[in-house]
Design a protein. Structure first.
Lengths: 389, 159
């Protein structure tokens, strides 16, 4: 029987723009890990961490195997460090791997570190260009935003979504990021301001696109015995899964997120969830482009296909609604590269622990969901269901 | 703390060479002759072709030929070009704004990413109205063709 595993600690750094960053990458990591140790308290120290999962993505850090070049994971004491790389979902995948290894009984206390991947690249598109199919797709210089344009254009074409619908869901994130001390963009753009911002990649407007952020996030996972000893608010991992899509972008017809839907069916079954809107109290979904939230609502079964804008207009996914989503501001307001995929899980855990700012705290949230999307051209999704006692 | 930091800059300039296989080579040769080749993999057809079926790993079968006519599945209008994008294989990459499409050639089970152009309007804001899912498009071939996906300059509406 797999053992129960909980998240007991969350570590964050301050988040800023890549341009303003003046900390060296291992300084960022050490501050982040220290903040997680302090979060747990009770004398927990680096020496108690039995293994580290390092989430990154090829090429972005400008060095081969970046974890080797950072002496902040307890290597001098012999702590093993494992790298997980599934692009933008590496954080989610690393949490799943850490969960499995603790559930299997091999380690009791494991740290998952989502590194700050965007500070080294002068231009991230150079790296993305090395990740696409070289003969047929690379010559078009496609990056994440172009895929974002495809998905949202297709959604709009299918359901008649308006520019205001997209601005509404963006404004929901911006409004709450104002209160999140760990958000990068806290300007709180309104629907009007969003609609006034220029279209960068049709139908996506400037204020519907994530910033390039610096900062990092980590989690401490523990076996049931250690979790009860070290935490009054352990958040249990109920179910977690990952799914891969094709490398060739041309396989997708860009109508919704069918792979996420498939993954959700599996993870919900494992967690015993049949009515997600009724049974889940809080969700963080990966929204580097604000409109993605609508496709995710559909795939995650929060509503019938195309009815996302109605949920937002009725406040169902806002604070006080039945299922608040992305009250951190989401990836839309802070995109610290790979760290952002750990942050989705961290934010859900913080909500269940009752540890976010009062202005955006969901009362008595017991069951949470977190999701990440990414990899070369959106190749991967991860999904987790958490539950507190 | 002063907040001051020095920054270390470096460039990785590394050379690689990867064989691309016979299937893609034949496809690229076809482009020189204004032919858009595909192939059959079990019950599915692929334009461009694939060397093997990604579901069964079976080697691809019969070669198929088309004039490259297809239907738009999705598109986006790029109003701002990413800074410093390396487009190593083309000199005449379009200036913004331009349109990137997802095109299903000849009912293929896999689409092609390519440029869309030739709409009867110079106003980029009007383009989204000129394009829709299902729009029939055909390739506009370059005069100078060297066996490259950009031997097709762009796809234009058939009507």
């Amino acid at each position: 029987m797999p053992r129960k595993v909980a998240v007991i600690g969350v570590g964050n750094t301050t988040y800023t723009s890549v341009r303003k960053e003046n900390r060296e990458r291992s300084e960022i990591a050490s501050a982040c890990i220290q903040s997680a140790l302090d979060f747990v308290g009770r004398g927990l120290s680096l020496a108690d961490i039995e293994a580290v999962y390092y989430a990154t993505v090829d090429g972005f850090e400008g060095v081969q195997r970046p974890e080797r070049s950072m002496d902040c994971f307890g290597q001098s004491a012999g702590t093993p460090v494992f790298t997980v790389n599934t692009g933008g979902t590496a954080g989610g995948s690393a949490i799943k791997d850490a969960y499995h290894i603790v559930a299997a009984g091999l380690y009791d206390i494991v740290l998952v570190y989502g590194c700050c991947t965007l500070i080294a690249t002068v231009d991230a598109q150079q790296i993305l260009n090395t990740a696409t199919p070289p003969l047929i797709e690379k010559p078009f210089g496609i990056g994440a935003i172009h895929l974002g344009g495809y998905y949202l254009n297709r959604y709009q074409n299918e359901y008649g979504t308006t520019a205001e619908d997209f601005a509404l869901v963006a404004a929901k994130s911006h409004k709450h990021a104002v209160h999140n001390r760990y958000a990068h963009n806290r300007r709180g753009y309104t629907v009007e301001q969003i609609l006034e911002s220029p279209v960068i990649c049709h139908p996506i407007r400037l204020h519907e696109i994530c910033p390039v952020s610096s900062g990092s996030c980590c989690l401490i996972l523990a076996s049931e015995e250690k979790a009860r000893e070290l935490s009054d608010t352990p958040v249990w991992i109920k179910a977690m899964g990952c799914i891969s899509d094709t490398y060739m972008v041309g396989y997708r017809d860009f109508l919704g997120f069918p792979m996420l839907q498939k993954l959700a069916q599996k993870v919900y079954q494992e967690a015993g969830i049949t009515k997600p809107l009724e049974e889940i109290d809080y969700a963080e979904v990966f929204n580097p482009f604000a409109g993605f939230e609508y496709l995710q609502y559909d795939a995650l079964g929060f509503c019938e296909a195309g009815k996302g804008p109605k949920l937002v207009r009725e406040g169902v996914t806002d604070l006080g609604g039945k299922l608040p989503v992305n009250l951190s501001g989401g990836t839309l307001c802070t995109n610290s590269g790979i760290a952002a995929s750990v942050t989705r899980h961290a934010e859900t855990c913080l909500q269940l622990m009752g540890r976010v700012e009062d202005q955006r705290q969901v009362k008595n949230a017991r069951v949470g969901l977190s999701h990440s999307w990414g990899g070369p051209m959106g190749q991967f999704n991860t999904l987790a269901i958490f539950e507190r006692d | 703390m002063t907040g001051k930091t020095i920054k270390k800059e470096w460039t990785l300039d590394l050379d690689f060479s990867n064989p691309m296989g016979e299937t893609y080579t034949r496809f690229m040769e076809g482009l020189k002759e204004k032919t858009f080749l595909g192939n059959r993999c079990g019950e599915r057809t692929f334009f461009p072709p694939r060397p093997f079926c990604d579901r069964t790993l079976e080697a691809a079968g019969e070669w198929l030929q088309s004039d490259g006519t297809g239907k738009v599945e999705a598109f986006t209008v790029i109003h701002e070009k990413s800074k410093g994008v390396a487009y190593p294989d083309t000199e005449d990459f379009p200036e913004v704004p331009y349109v990137l499409g997802v095109i299903r050639i000849n009912g293929s089970d896999q689409c092609l990413i390519h440029f869309l152009a030739g709409f009867d309007s110079d106003d980029p804001k009007a383009w989204p109205e000129k394009i829709h899912v299902g729009l029939e498009v055909r390739p506009v071939w370059s005069e100078k063709r060297g066996g490259h996906i950009l031997d097709i300059q762009y796809f234009e509406p058939c009507e």
